[in-house]
Design a protein around this ligand. Structure first.
Ligand code: GLU
Length: 378
């Protein structure tokens, strides 16, 4: 297990969630520009070290409600949606400018619950994010509050950030919050102590989460614990740290007191386990020898290597990949619906567009979505 100081510095892909109370001044409803500048400097340092950064930023509603002159206190859903519509523009602009000072290109992504739960949309969101990271950009994500109604809403960015971390196989999730970690009892109570390290979320840990406390954001310790469950299941470490004061990210690396949730697994193992063990294959792709060889060398499955398909599957479903000898050699998440897959099988990638009438993906199953199972005769 890495030393405390290395948990952040050794992470390859980091999701950083910033709570509204940190970014937006509770009294004036305006953005805390110098705080944002100091965090951007920390994140630019991390980028220079080769770490990939994804930001999940709250603050749209807090910023917008003041601009719309909505009354303080609880507001109705339509009001918060209107506030988000106004605040999100300012939020995105602030991030874009703060990162541009470090020659970093920011990219805005607004997501709803469906985008991370439904597999087809999940694949789309994931490949867009992967492309942005590959180009060196920093995605800045928020919930699409203006269209998300209560049934399709996260409502808090803690869980949204954890879903993003899991979806992107991040190895560290940083929750910057107005509290520096999880305490054994409400902070301030006699005997309340911060818990530096959690390896498993037990009912006792959940009981310590208590009730939400922050006045500006919508999360509390409960949603942070929920986020911890998602992150740990995905093989991602998570840290709850105080964002108060300048350079909050750097201070974590310097060993400031916080609560670390440590996963025993890594994101790749967890994802492969999910693909191979949890998802039920909805169909079979029979592939030729050349493709089987390519797969065993860690390559993606291209349409050209597929000879025949069986079953009824949609883009985003799991499928079994079967060799010429009738043996399942791998499982993966397929990038095409069954009917489209049937039209492009055996064809070169350059012929996909002509066969389908749209550009489509180059791979039938991308290597990141593929697990060698090397197994049973089917
Ligand atoms: N999406 C909300 C906003 O940007 C924040 C949700 C949260 O506080 O976690 O205002």
């Amino acid at each position: 297990m890495a030393a405390v100081s290395e948990r952040l510095s050794k992470a390859r892909r980091i999701v950083v969630k910033i709570g509204s109370a940190l970014l937006v001044d509770g009294k004036t409803g305006t953005l805390k520009a110098s705080w944002l500048a100091s965090l951007s400097e920390d994140l630019a340092d991390a980028r220079r070290l080769g770490q990939e950064i994804i930001i999940v930023s709250s603050g749209a509603i807090a910023l917008g409600r003041r601009k719309l002159k909505l009354a303080p206190g609880a507001i109705r859903l339509e009001e918060s949606q209107a506030a988000a519509a106004v605040g999100q523009i300012a939020l995105a602009q602030a991030w874009s400018e703060a990162l541009r000072k470090h020659d970093i290109v920011a990219a805005q992504i607004l997501v709803t619950l469906n985008d991370t739960e439904e597999r087809r949309r999940y694949l789309n969101a994931r490949s867009t994010l992967a492309m942005l990271l590959a180009q060196g950009a920093v995605p800045v994500i928020n919930e699409n509050d203006t269209v998300a109604t209560s049934e399709i809403r996260y409502g808090d960015n803690d869980r949204l950030a954890a879903r993003v971390a899991s979806m992107m196989s991040a190895d560290c999730l940083v929750l910057l919050s107005d509290i520096d970690g999880l305490y054994t009892a409400p902070p301030g109570m006699p005997g309340a102590k911060i818990i530096p390290e959690i390896k498993e979320i037990t009912p006792e840990i959940e009981a310590m989460a208590g009730k939400p406390v922050s006045g500006v954001g919508s999360g509390g310790m409960i949603t942070k614990i929920e986020a911890g469950k998602i992150a740990l299941a995905a093989g991602c470490n998570m840290v709850i740290a105080s964002g108060h004061g300048l350079h909050p990210f750097r201070r974590i690396a310097e060993g400031e007191t916080c609560t670390w949730f440590l996963s025993g697994a890594n994101p790749l193992q967890s994802r492969k386990r999910w693909i191979a063990g949890t998802l039920v294959p909805m169909g079979r792709l029979h592939i030729d020898e050349g493709a089987a060889l390519a797969l065993s060398r860690g390559k993606s499955l291209l349409p050209a290597g597929v000879r025949r398909i069986e079953g009824s599957f949609a883009r985003g479903d799991a499928v079994s990949i079967v060799s010429e000898a009738g043996i399942e050699i791998a499982r993966g998440i397929v990038a095409y619906d069954k009917d489209d897959a049937a039209l492009i099988l055996g064809r070169k990638t350059s012929e996909i567009e002509k066969a389908l009438g749209f550009r489509g993906r180059d791979e039938m199953v991308h290597r990141d979505d593929l697990v060698m199972t090397g197994g049973a005769r089917v």
